[in-house]
Design a protein. Structure first.
Length: 456
């Protein structure tokens, strides 16, 4: 007798809970009503018994991308051929295509090829699918956590329908946990569990909308729970012990990296220090490079604060230097200081907008030579050609006011920098307006001998 033999039920229970509780029908799928709910396009195609299109399921982990691919194949009665882009290469792609061709020759059926983590395939590997999607040899279903607009070749993406899957809500995750506790065959129903008030809700919240994560936490917590009178007591203390901290869905080089950075910048621009601190913490607590954050703050200080508060750039640069000097976790203090300062100071994008306007003229107009009076007369020949003639040395002028122009003749009168009436820029605006009026008065005044001649 084999002491290690297991019954079929025991063998089934040895698989992870998340795998055992995988939905077997579309009706069992929790959430994703916008994709497979009644009346939705994909659901109508499947209910009508038609072949589904090639598609890409895009969504965070644990939202059912693999499960939906399997259910689509099962509902459409298609052979299901899965492989992972993490462990497969062009050789495996070719083998999969050959299998699909052979099956089509044998019984005329199209194979559904499922590629998990399709964004990890390079261009050549993705292109290998293209002709076989077009001729109907395969129906390609890709799954990705990254934006397919950037990670899937345009030619392949144009032949696929993109379905966006969303993280589950806490009530939906809670319902999954209760199903798992009540199911005696696939779930934990064979193990009596007494859950403390709020314990399941805490697990649901910690999962961040990830069904696989939620079921994994539940299984671990139940196994670690103390048994009293034949029942496992699932307590909040046990959950704290087995989870330690929230497992956030954050990739320092993926969509979350860019999305959170965008949220931080938009919160700063919107003068919301509380939101800025939240997104800053969301990034730093999940392992974001603090120097990346510091660089974004320096850019923001010039791009969005500018001369409305010139100290903003000094604060941001100081925070960047401090971050480089002290590192994490202490770098959170200068970064938080800079973020709150930049969020609560006046905003102006006038400097950057002025540059872009000037750059547009550089592109759209003739790049005429620098006016002679602005050129440096370094040699006698250059002086003889008129270099520097008519230049007014500002320090020798009353109020440092010169009357000549500094732009090429074709662009005289252009105003690129338009200070806003906020913060320090309001004073700059008044000063520029006053200088323009003074220059106009001086130009219109009677000229005196020697006026306009070079003085330095």
């Amino acid at each position: 007798m084999d002491l290690f033999a297991k019954t079929p039920a025991e063998l089934a229970r040895s698989a992870p809970l998340s795998d055992r509780m995988r939905p077997r029908t579309l009706a069992e799928v929790m959430g994703q009503e916008e994709v497979i709910g009644p009346g939705r396009p994909l659901r109508r195609i499947l209910d009508a018994g038609e072949l589904p299109p090639s598609m890409v399921f895009w969504g965070p982990p644990g939202t059912g991308k693999t499960t939906l691919a399997r259910l689509v194949a099962a509902t459409a009665k298609l052979p299901f051929l899965p492989f992972s882009a993490v462990t497969s290469g062009i050789k495996e792609v070719r083998e999969a295509i050959e299998q699909a061709r052979a099956r089509r020759r044998e019984d005329g059926r199209t194979t559904l090829v499922f590629v998990d983590e399709i964004h990890r395939f390079n261009r050549a590997q993705q292109d290998a699918f293209l002709p076989h999607v077009e001729d109907g040899t395969i129906i390609l279903v890709g799954a990705t956590t990254e934006n397919p607009s950037f990670e899937v070749n345009a030619a392949l993406l144009s032949r696929c329908r993109v379905f966006v899957l969303k993280g589950l809500s806490d009530p939906q995750v809670l319902e999954l946990l209760r199903r798992a506790l009540d199911d005696p065959e696939r779930g934990l129903g064979h193990v009596p569990v007494a859950a403390e008030a709020g314990a399941l809700e805490r697990l649901a919240n910690l999962a961040n909308g990830d069904a696989r994560q939620a079921l994994g936490l539940l299984e671990t917590a139940v196994r670690a729970s103390e048994s009293v009178d034949g029942r496992r007591r699932l307590t909040l203390e046990t959950i704290r012990a087995v989870t330690q901290r929230r497992n956030a869905n954050y990739d320092a080089s993926g969509d979350q990296h860019f999305d959170c950075a965008s949220a931080l910048i938009k919160s700063l621009r919107g003068s919301d220090p509380d939101a800025a601190l939240y997104w800053l913490a969301r990034m730093l607590e999940n392992g974001e490079d603090p120097l990346f954050v510091a660089r974004r703050l320096v850019i923001f200080a010039s791009e969005d604060v500018g001369n409305a508060d010139p100290r903003g750039l000094m604060v941001a640069v100081a925070a960047m230097q401090a971050t480089h000097f002290v590192g994490m976790p202490e770098a959170l203090y200068p970064l938080a200081q800079a973020a709150t300062y930049l969020a609560t100071t006046p905003k102006s994008n006038a400097a950057g907008a002025g540059y872009k306007a000037a750059a547009a003229d550089v592109e759209a107009t003739r790049n005429d030579p620098v006016p002679l009076h602005l050129r440096n007369a370094a040699t006698g020949l250059m002086r003889g050609l008129g270099y520097g003639q008519g230049y007014q040395y500002a320090h020798d002028r009353p109020d440092a006011l010169v009357t000549h122009d500094h732009l090429p003749a074709a662009l005289i009168g252009r105003r690129y920098y338009q200070p806003k009436d906020v913060g320090h820029e309001a004073a700059i605006r008044r000063w520029l307006d006053e200088r323009a009026a003074q220059r106009t008065r001086q130009r219109e005044a009677p000229r005196t001998p020697g006026d306009g001649e070079p003085t330095g």
